[in-house]
Design a protein around this ligand. Structure first.
Ligand code: ATP
Ligand code: MG
Length: 302
């Protein structure tokens, strides 16, 4: 890979608010396998944090520890200064929302209904009121519908409100998941590979969407394998390798750290080093051309 593929459009240095998320010493073991080992991560208000690392590095497992899907074997996760019970529902109610690496939508429900599901943690209607369907229930449902439509519009899917989720193109399903997460009124949103399966135009739109989410005052943590996307989007980048932190820093610091590149493509042997040096010499001799790859540093997986 040429270093050219990693050149970022450096975001201007920005200042951030108070810490929203503080994970310290997080360890997650599955039997003999330590998937996450002593990871610390602080994310501040208005910050976009990238979480990168090769396949199996522990990124999704770490998200699961942050969002109450797993109780970490060791360590602590504080959200807005409080350690939350390790239950996804409590975590969502506290203001942390997420999307999934493998899309989890209700395929036979419409796009609007999927987003309305996100509102349920913010409504007061109890089981009994929803059975009786009295005026309070109807008011809340109308309000949920209005807010859900606003979030659909926000992610650019306003025109699909009556479409069944399973009939939407893949890229739209990913945006629908983001709309559902936003409908829970989060302070922090965690996105697990939001551009997987997207074409370059959709990926650009996803980047713009994440900036707009940040501009609403949310903190964002985003897992991605597309390095060009990550380095042009994030304020800071945290790299995990085999469950451990390799480096955390600005996009410039992380992308110029040779250990990050080695972690993805392995350490070159002597022959490869010669080939790389030769390729660089040719690169320097030739006029620069746009990168041929889409910047993804990942095996393609279904
Ligand atoms: N529930 C589980 N039980 C046992 N092992 C697990 C479990 N979940 C994850 N693992 C293992 O933990 C390690 C980290 O997996 P994880 O899915 O977190 O990686 P990742 O960084 O998200 O990878 P990818 O980029 O491929 O999505 C892997 O070795 C995986 O097999
Ligand atoms: Mg993963």
């Amino acid at each position: 890979m040429s270093t050219q593929t990693l050149q970022p459009t450096a975001p201007a240095p920005r200042t951030f608010g108070a810490p929203v998320l503080e994970a310290s010493g997080v360890v997650m073991r599955f039997g003999g396998l330590t998937a996450v080992n002593d990871v610390n991560l602080t994310v501040r208000e208005g910050e976009i944090m990238g979480l990168i690392g090769p396949n199996g590095a522990g990124k999704t497992t770490f998200f699961n520890c942050l969002t109450g899907m797993y109780k970490p074997t060791e360590g602590e996760v504080k959200f807005l200064g409080t350690v939350l019970p390790p239950k996804p529902r409590s975590v969502v109610k506290a203001g942390m929302a997420r999307t999934f690496q493998n899309i989890r939508l209700f395929g036979n429900m419409t796009a609007l209904e999927n987003v309305m599901v996100g509102r349920y943690c913010r409504t007061n209607a109890m089981a009994l009121t929803s059975i009786i369907r009295g005026p309070k229930y109807r008011r809340e449902e109308a309000e949920s519908r209005r807010i859900a439509q606003e979030w659909l519009d926000f992610v650019g899917l306003g025109h699909t409100s009556e479409h069944l989720a399973r009939n939407l193109p893949y890229g739209d399903q990913r945006r629908l998941e983001i709309a559902r997460a936003l409908a829970t009124d989060p302070r922090l949103i965690l996105l697990d590979e939001p551009t997987a399966g997207m074409n370059p135009k959709e990926t650009e739109q996803a980047k713009d969407l994440i900036f707009r989410i940040r501009d609403k005052g949310l903190a964002v943590v985003v897992i991605e394998h597309d390095m060009r996307f990550i380095f042009s989007l994030c304020d800071r980048v945290h790299c995990l390798v085999r469950g451990e932190t390799l480096i955390e820093g600005s996009p410039q610091e992380v992308q110029s750290d040779h250990r990050v590149i080695e972690a993805y493509i392995g350490q070159p042997d002597e022959d490869e080093e010669e080939m790389v040096a030769e390729a660089h010499a040719q690169d320097e001799a030739a006029p620069s051309t746009p990168a041929a790859t889409d910047g993804r540093m990942k095996e393609d997986r279904a």
